[in-house]
Design a binder for this molecule. Sequence first.
Ligand SMILES: [Zn+2]
Length: 173
Amino acid sequence: MPTIITHTAPVLALGVALGLRRIPVRLFWVAAFCTMLPDFDVIGFRLGVKYADLFGHRGFSHSLLFAVLCGGLGWMAATWLRCRRWLAFALIFAAVASHIALDAATSGGLGVAAFWPFSEARYFFPWRPIRVSPLSLHAFVSGRGLDVLRSELLWVWLPCLTLALAVRLRRAM
Ligand SMILES: [Zn+2]
């Protein structure tokens, strides 16, 4: 995975691009949280679940079905989120799907089970510029962390913010 905070970049960029007048605040923060949600599967390591298992890291929680289910919860919670149902579904689905896409662009680990239950295969994009973040904090701070952050700044934060500012400037014209 990219670091968990970097997964929020697409939704934060959307907030910069459109402003919080267009995206209900509660929905925005829930969507930002949902960008990180798939990686809660690492709890499984503590319970003895193996990486490559269906409920292991980058398994079920990294499938488009999971994104649809999360979007469905958003659809049901639209009143609380203070938005239209389709918007809650679309933004939360996109938030989770963005996580899956970013993981598929990383340089290591196993790929994502994006098409489960139709396929148990783990997928990567053919082009994977993002350095994979170590799963342990110790490994992160003891060497590869700076490399990972540099890669995420270049391949995630910079494109997201550039696009967001371009949209914002265009809207201001
Ligand atoms: Zn992930």
